[in-house]
Write a protein that binds this ligand. Structure first.
Ligand code: NAD
Length: 469
């Protein structure tokens, strides 16, 4: 196919031509690149990144440090510690029927990879996947989000300073840019974003049978059982929900609470919000903003839609269009056809819905798409196990939320509507690698006895092979 009209054809071609040079780099050379990225994040650009994120959506500095810088630095440290082992030959057992041979798995780079990232944790979700992509020996083109332009500009500067363009390049641009890039025959696409765009990416990838990792979103239910420690549950939920102003893929999307503790939960929730963000969260430096007016209006419309369908505004609901501000908001008595109960909220609004029986709760969860995360607040072990056994989710955190993301020994990702494939640590490295199987024959093998011409004796050997080996 001819891609000469594609604006990124020559960049793609230069990476394609360079892929074996990068792919054959030693683990030490790859670690050198990762260390350069780590240094840039921790030192050279740390301040500039924080400034840019503040300009983009008033993200508090400590949240930048913890959820953008630290998480990528942690991924780098984890990878540096393990990469030598990951790149070794992974020997496997030889069955008796293959006596005289030996086999191993070699993780080889996929080739030229595309990373498309979203705006909500722009640094983490751009450089996070870059770490395993480099570790696996790929050349990489990155397309960050157009919604956080200040941060994308800093990242573009960093990539230019750290890497040659034929190894790692960052292309700034909007949907159009993304769609042009998606026409090229990449060897792997790592996409983080919404399920709707995930489908567009997968469709484009199918034209070249390009493999995909889709880190998507959706509605993550948060169960609060009557055996839960309510105060501790509320403390964790308020943090997990309002971190990044609710614009987190694994934020608690809605609460499913046992009806007997609903009132107690709501009172504790109000107290905790005031404790975390003061009586007027608008003045709190620790409370960020909705990313832009489009998303602000989407959320305000969702609140209006809920109210029109007789929901109760339990707490919050204050807005200021000039600064894309919505205060921490808790809403109960929602109609099942309301926007808030059907679309991923991705903002500081928390619906609360009651249940009385475990069967009813599980039936409700399973009537929805498989979530990226499912949270359980409970002390009753039998209840926890029943929920774990009878539901499906990308990840689960018990008596906390969001922390599952920061253990790099765990795979991170969804299932079906919430994603395909996994990231973090070895799981991310595998995603950017092809597990190539290699078998070597050292001597005569039993298979010689089965080569044609097929005789009666060989038929007996074949029968014995089926039976015994
Ligand atoms: P999005 O899907 O709108 O955009 C993501 C990227 O895709 C951007 O770079 C954008 O330019 C590009 N894009 C948008 N429309 C496109 C199109 N029609 N064709 C090609 N490319 C297109 O997502 P977003 O609004 O940036 O981020 C929010 C979503 O991402 C939420 O659903 C959230 O749950 C999800 N998310 C998931 C994870 C995860 O790790 N699973 C992490 C963060 C966010």
């Amino acid at each position: 196919m001819n891609y000469s009209n594609n604006p990124y054809a020559s960049l793609f071609k230069s990476q394609q031509e360079h892929q074996f040079y990068v792919g054959n780099s030693s683990y030490k050379q790859r670690i050198k690149k990762l260390k350069a990225l780590k240094n840039a994040l921790e030192k050279t650009y740390r301040h500039e990144i924080a400034e840019a994120l503040h300009q983009d959506f008033k993200k508090p500095k400590i949240e930048v440090d913890l959820t953008e810088i630290y998480l990528v630095v942690k991924e780098i440290k984890h990878t540096i510690g393990k990469l030598k082992d990951w790149l070794k030959k992974h020997r496997v057992d030889t069955p008796l029927s293959l006596l005289g041979t030996s086999s191993y798995i070699k993780y080889e780079p996929k080739g030229v990879c595309l990373i498309i990232s979203p705006w909500n944790y722009p640094v983490n979700l751009t450089f996070g996947p870059l770490v395993p992509a480099i570790a696996a020996g790929n050349t990489i083109i990155i397309k960050p989000s157009e919604m956080t332009p200040h941060t994308s500009a800093v990242m573009a500067k960093m990539v230019k300073a750290l890497f040659d363009e034929n190894e790692v390049a960052l292309v700034e641009g909007d949907v159009q840019t993304s769609q042009e890039l998606l026409k090229l025959p990449f060897n792997h696409i790592f996409f983080t974003g919404s399920p709707t765009v995930g489908k567009i990416v997968m469709k484009a990838a199918s034209a070249h049978l390009t493999s995909v990792t889709l880190e998507l979103g959706g509605k993550s239910p948060t169960i609060v059982h009557d055996s839960a420690d309510i105060k501790s549950a509320v403390k964790n939920i308020v943090w997990g929900k309002f971190l990044n102003n609710g614009q987190t893929c694994i934020a608690p999307d809605y609460i499913l609470i046992h009806e007997s503790i609903k009132r107690e939960f709501i009172e504790a929730f109000k107290d905790q919000v005031i404790q975390s963000y003061s009586e007027d969260p608008k003045t709190s430096e620790d409370y960020s903003r909705i990313v832009n007016i489009k998303h602000f209006e989407r959320l305000v419309n969702a609140i209006e839609d809920a109210k029109a369908k007789h929901a109760n505004l339990e707490f919050g609901g204050d807005i200021d269009a000039n600064s894309n501000y919505i205060s921490p908001t808790l809403i109960s008595n929602l109609s099942e056809d309301s926007t808030l109960m059907n679309e991923e909220i991705f903002g500081p609004i928390l619906p609360i819905k009651t249940f009385s029986k475990t069967d009813e709760l599980i039936g409700y969860i399973n009537s929805k798409e498989k979530p990226l995360a499912l949270y359980i607040y409970a002390q009753n072990r039998k209840f926890i196990n029943t929920v774990l056994k009878n539901t499906r989710a990308g990840s689960t955190c018990i008596n906390s939320n969001a922390l599952q993301y920061s253990n790099h020994n765990l795979p991170f990702g969804g299932s079906n509507n919430s994603g395909i494939g996994k990231s973090h640590g070895f799981f991310g490295f595998q995603e950017f690698s092809n597990a190539r199987s290699v078998l070597k024959r050292h001597m005569l093998t039993p298979t010689y006895a089965l080569f044609p011409p097929y005789t009666k004796l060989k038929e007996k050997i074949a029968n014995a092979t089926i039976k015994w080996f």
